[in-house]
Structures are given as structure tokens and as C-alpha cells.
Design a protein around this ligand. Structure first.
Ligand SMILES: Cc1cc2nc3c(=O)[nH]c(=O)nc-3n(C[C@H](O)[C@H](O)[C@H](O)COP(=O)(O)OP(=O)(O)OC[C@H]3O[C@@H](n4cnc5c(N)ncnc54)[C@H](O)[C@@H]3O)c2cc1C
Length: 408
């Protein structure tokens, strides 16, 4: 069997490709392969509404059965891609089935990283899938003391959820602030304060080196100083690793993701989207890989358009990440690079309701909203507008600002 378009991975990115194709009037055959047996579901609620019990797991499904039927795609659940022959336009599933394709789109996302050299033990969790979320919820409900390793988006959200469930929560993080890469030091310190006020014990500058256990059950987390933080449940939230193991030997360039050009093309008739795609690679640049929900959809829709000759130019998104912690919604458009000047452009830190601008070399590179979704509606346009040429945004000239850090 040969599909006109074969998509590997039926989550946010893969589904967007199929839907984008149909939206553009594509009438060819689409096959969607998904390793999991669940119909396509969304991941952001897994650390929030599903983990804290506000939503039943099925509410995380991305589409109803009727919507999936209407897509007119051959959705194969429990179908894991195991090998790829790029010149032969053939893909082999784990069960030995061989599928042909005219165009292939890789949307396989990430695997959760683990601490090096430590086998999984009972009471130790990672979070990537719906099943992980259910196991973690059961583990949190049964635990008194929880240690979260890593204060990135996922670690901070899990800490907030666990605290909301009434657990004693400690977070260990090697960097000086939580969410440092996303928020920079000044806003990272604000987030640290939010967690501390809610009773989280936040240990920054504290690398975790491994787990301790007894009789196959986790008992704690060992830190670089040799201290052991006792725990009944440990959540390892130290990032993800692109799900590309099965592509080794395929001839595709793999470098912390599937390497693609600025049109998301990895090889003739092979594209990649979402968390797994490192796009925009070329002479002198390794390209960029984004791990956020909005990019998965936007990149999927872009590739659908590109396949039909309807894309307007190269793929150049403005990154956007949101996170919810302790009832606070934090939204980041663009980036807050190390050393950027961060100023409050609207609202105030005191009220914990503000919009902050990150400026580097006189250019607006990031806009952060803190409990200010309404105020942020125009932020992306502002960044898109300034992206091609370095120019100071007009709002900084007219709005009183508070500088938090760095030189503009
Ligand atoms: C718990 C959690 C919370 C998050 N919260 C936020 C948030 O608040 N805000 C935000 O912006 N982003 C958030 N994210 C990130 C966001 O969910 C991801 O960026 C998004 O899911 C990426 O979509 P994707 O389709 O590229 O990859 P994925 O969602 O990872 O989907 C890839 C799919 O491919 C399948 N697959 C993998 N290998 C194979 C194979 N060999 N054969 C067949 N199928 C395969 C997988 O089973 C999976 O279903 C969160 C992520 C997680 C895990």
C-alpha cells in the first residue's frame, strides 16, 4: 500500500498536517501512524487539569471520533514506525508491515529524559503520555513527600499541581532560577517567589545526581553535595529527547532532532514538524527546535501548505509558550535571552499582573505576560513586526517602564 502522505505521530503536529491538507482541498490518501493506542490527545492538560483531577483523561482528546472520521485519513493506532528507507520511499512498522509513501512527515515528538545511569524504580516518574499522567496522579495521591527534579515548565507545573493536592513538595534545579531559559533571571526570581509563597521548597543551584532506593522503591534524590532529599515519589522532569532512535541509519541528518531546511524539509519528500523538527538549518546554523504546543500546530499547518505549494515563504514562527502555575498564567512570546533588559511595560510586579518587554541591542525580542492574557493579544504582532530589522518598539517610548535587569 502506498499513501500519498504518510504521517508518523498522530498528536498535535501530525494531526495538524492532515487537517491542513484537507483544509486546502487535498483529496489524496493520508495515513497517520501512532505508536500509542489512544486516539490523538493533547499534552498540556497532562500536567495541569488531568493531573490535578479537574478533567477526566478523555477530555484531553484533541478531536471527537466523528471529527476524526470526517478527516478521511487512515488513522492506525498502535502502529509504531521502526525503520525508514528514504530512497525507496518505504517505512517498516514494528510488526513488520511495510508501507510506501509519496511524501513522509515525521511528527514523533519527544521521549522524556531520565537521570543518567539509573534504572526506573517504583515511585519514580516521568511525564509525557496520558498513561504517565494517570500513573503520576496515583503516585502523588499516595505520597506525602514529593521531590521534583528540574524546574523547567514541566517540573514547575507538576510541583504546583502536587502542592495543590496538599503534598510536601521540594524542587531541585541546577540553575539559579526556575524557568531560567524561558523567563531570564529577573522573572525567574518572581516565579521562585510564587512557588515559595505556596509552600514549595525550591532548591536552586542544586544539581540532582541520582535517585536512592530500597527494595526497588524510590526513597529519595541524591544531590551533588551528597545530601539525600527523602521522598515517597520522585518526578524526573529534566527535558525531552527527540524520538528519532528508529531513524538511525536512514540517511536523514539527526542532530538533537530531525534536521530540516527553512521549509521543514529533511530530504526529498521527507518533512518534519513539531517537537522533533530542527528547522532552518543551513550553512553556519544548526537551526532551531521548538518544544511548544503552538509550534506543533503551526508547523503542521505550514508543512501542509508547503506540500500543496501554498506556503508563502520559509517557516519563521515567533515562539510562544504558556504555562499555568498556582492560578497564574505566564505567556512568553519570542524569547528572553540571557542578558536582555527586562522592563515592566504595563501593570505592576506588586499586583503580579503585568506585561514585560525583553530588549536586546535596542530590539524587542520577547514579551512576557503575567496574568495578563488580554493585554498580550497584540504582542506577537509587535514581535513579528520588529523581527526582520532591529528597531526599538514604539511602546517603550510612550509607556512608563520599570527596568528589572540588564542594559537595553
Ligand atoms: C505534560 C506536558 C505539558 C505540556 N504543557 C505545555 C504548555 O503548557 N504549553 C506549551 O506550549 N507546551 C506544553 N507542552 C509541550 C507540547 O505538548 C508539545 O510541544 C506538543 O505536544 C508537541 O507536539 P508534537 O505533535 O510535535 O509531539 P508529541 O505531542 O510528542 O506527539 C508525538 C507523537 O508521535 C508518536 N510517536 C513517536 N514515535 C513514534 C513512532 N516511531 N511511530 C509512531 N508514532 C510515534 C508518539 O506516541 C506521540 O503521540 C507540554 C508537554 C507535556 C508532555
Amino acid at each position: 500500500m502506498t499513501a500519498d502522505v504518510l504521517v508518523v505521530g498522530a498528536s498535535a503536529g501530525g494531526l495538524a498536517v492532515a487537517e491542513g491538507l484537507r483544509r486546502h482541498g487535498f483529496t489524496g490518501t493520508i495515513t497517520l501512524l501512532e505508536r500509542e493506542r489512544e486516539p490523538p490527545y493533547d499534552r498540556p492538560p497532562l500536567s495541569k487539569q488531568v493531573l490535578d483531577g479537574r478533567w477526566p483523561p478523555e477530555r484531553a482528546q484533541l478531536r471527537t471520533g466523528a471529527e476524526l472520521d470526517a478527516l478521511g485519513a487512515d488513522l492506525r493506532l498502535g502502529a509504531e514506525a521502526a525503520a525508514l528507507d528514504v530512497p525507496g520511499h518505504r517505512l517498516t512498522l514494528r510488526d513488520g508491515t511495510v508501507l510506501g509513501y509519496r511524501t513522509l512527515v515525521l511528527a514523533t515528538g519527544l521521549h522524556a529524559r531520565r537521570l543518567p545511569g539509573r534504572p526506573p524504580v517504583a515511585g519514580a516518574y516521568t511525564l509525557r503520555s496520558l498513561g504517565d499522567s494517570a500513573r503520576l496522579r496515583a503516585g502523588l495521591l499516595a505520597a506525602r513527600r514529593v521531590v521534583v527534579v528540574g524546574a523547567g515548565v514541566l517540573g514547575c507545573e507538576i510541583a504546583a499541581t502536587a502542592r495543590g493536592l496538599g503534598r510536601e513538595v521540594t524542587v531541585v534545579e541546577p540553575a539559579a532560577h526556575p524557568l531560567l531559559g524561558l523567563l531570564g533571571p529577573a522573572l525567574g526570581a518572581e516565579l521562585a517567589a510564587l512557588h515559595t509563597e505556596h509552600g514549595v521548597r525550591l532548591l536552586t543551584d542544586t544539581p540532582a545526581t541520582g535517585l536512592t532506593g530500597e527494595a526497588g522503591r524510590v526513597t529519595g534524590v541524591r544531590t551533588a553535595s551528597g545530601a539525600v532529599l527523602p521522598a515517597d515519589a520522585v518526578v524526573v522532569a529534566v527535558g525531552g529527547r527527540p524520538a528519532t532512535d528508529w531513524l538511525a541509519g536512514s540517511g536523514l541528518t539527526l542532530d538533537d532532532g530531525v534536521v530540516c531546511d527553512d521549509r521543514c524539509r529533511a530530504a526529498p519528500d521527507v518533512y518534519a514538524v513539531g517537537d522533533v523538527a530542527r528547522f532552518g538549518a543551513g550553512p553556519g546554523t544548526r537551526g532551531v527546535r521548538l518544544e511548544n504546543r503552538t509550534n506543533a500546530t503551526e508547523q503542521g499547518l505550514y508543512v501542509a501548505a508547503e506540500l500543496l505549494g501554498a506556503a508563502r515563504g520559509p517557516y519563521r514562527p515567533v515562539p510562544y509558550v504558556w504555562t499555568d502555575q498556582f492560578g497564574t498564567r505566564i505567556q512568553v512570546h519570542g524569547t528572553v535571552p540571557a542578558g536582555a533588559a527586562v522592563r515592566i511595560a504595563e501593570g505592576s510586579l506588586r499586583e503580579r499582573k503585568f506585561v514585560a518587554h525583553a530588549v536586546t541591542g535596542g530590539r524587542l525580542v520577547g514579551v512576557v505576560g503575567w496574568n495578563s492574557p488580554g493585554r498580550l493579544r497584540t504582542a506577537r504582532a509587535l514581535l513579528t513586526a520588529v523581527a526582520p530589522a532591529p528597531a526599538p518598539p514604539s511602546t517603550t517610548a510612550t509607556t512608563p517602564t520599570t527596568t528589572l535587569t540588564g542594559d537595553p
